[in-house]
Design a protein around this ligand. Sequence first.
Ligand code: SF4
Length: 484
Amino acid sequence: MMNIKKRKILLLNPPGDKLYLRDYYCSHSSKAKYYWHPYDLVAQSGFLAQEHELVALDANVLGLTPEEALNKIREMDIDTLFFLTGGVSWRMDFDFVGKILQAKPEIDEVITTGDIFLSRSTEILEKHPFISAALMDFTSDVLLRYFRGELKGEKTDYITYRWEGQILEGRRYTEDKEFEMPYPRLELFPWRRYRIPHGRYMPFASTLTNFGCPFKCSFCVSSIVPLKLRKPENAVGEIEYLHQHFGIKEFWIKDFTFAVNKKQTKEFLELLIAKKMDLSWVCLSRVDVMDEDILELMSRAGCHTIQFGVESVSDEILKHYHKGVKPQRVREVFAFCRAHGMRTLGHFILGLPGETQESALQTIAFAKEILPDFASFNIATPKMGTPFRQEAVEKGWTSADIDVLDNSVAFPVVKTEQLPPEEIWKLRNYAIRSYHLQPRFIWLRLSQVKTWYEFSTLIREGFGLLASTFQPMKSISEESDAHG
Ligand code: SF4
């Protein structure tokens, strides 16, 4: 057997000037005070711990300054760095990694992962020679094989890496495969500190039943990551392991679209119900993959909240951006969830090209009509790698030079013919305030509180969200300077 170097790897979530969420190829900053696991690193910890020594530092959730984080890293005995980054903060992250490499010249491999690599990994590796490889799929064992030296110049789907002076580009194009993952080494991370705004209990854990998404919504980076399904027994096994070893009963199933495959989902839910673990969980999905059978099984298996992308009520916008969801189906599914005691979170996008003042106000009115238990109003952002970005650059709605993007607390970066950025910003703030300050919404949320954790989260998140609507709109150059 080949002699494999046992590496000492630091799994790093870099520090930031805000709370940055950069996992699962979608980066933005936390709108209020929630902060979840850097899931790419957590998922990879299960693989890498099989053959290497690991240490983890989530400098962002610990609130460490770059100097404090660097001081901790100086003390570590490591030869490999694996860090998470994203379109929202990559310049700052790369700068920080540069400082680590100056302080620790013994580091001879720098691996990274994040949304910016899904479409531009070769270009980024060319410009930043300190990066040895970029991982494109954190559910794969390709990094283990890379460290074993097994890739030997072969192109693989899941990693872009250097080989004999060349950069070999990986791309996720393999469709419809099943996968399994080893259980994560959660104890390496400050797992008790992570929180989600719609969770019922602390601490919670993140998990997956599938990876990628088969839908093609052109504003979403997930539309370029093909779907693969996790074996139900492996997904349930991980939940059982986390429940038994860490006492966790709250889970966030992070699938881009839960229940996308009915057969696999039914198997997963029936297995979960049979385990009788008394769990509580939340997931993301689409109204058009839900049916009454699945919703009933989800409710029996402990699902208490489902997040849905509603996006807009305008038919033209939904059609142009390939969302393919009908407002009538949204009404039906939201009503069905309420009748079965499951809460809903509606995601809405304001300011997509084609948006007018009237259509934005209609979307806000629709949100008030269906009354999700949580509503998230975001500004259209041409994220790197999305067909929307390509369209926006081609049509001059945004500049190709804008490469630090955040749709959570940030300002509009797309000019539409109908609405200037200042108007989109005002509409976003109006949506958040007018939705959350409705008496019937306040009553609804207060009447649902079951635990002290939920009550404290409601108050903290509510204030944080409303406060974000009073911040001034910055220009994109101000934000880019902050990251430069
Ligand atoms: S269904 Fe959701 S995750 Fe999939 S491409 Fe559309 S917005 Fe993205």
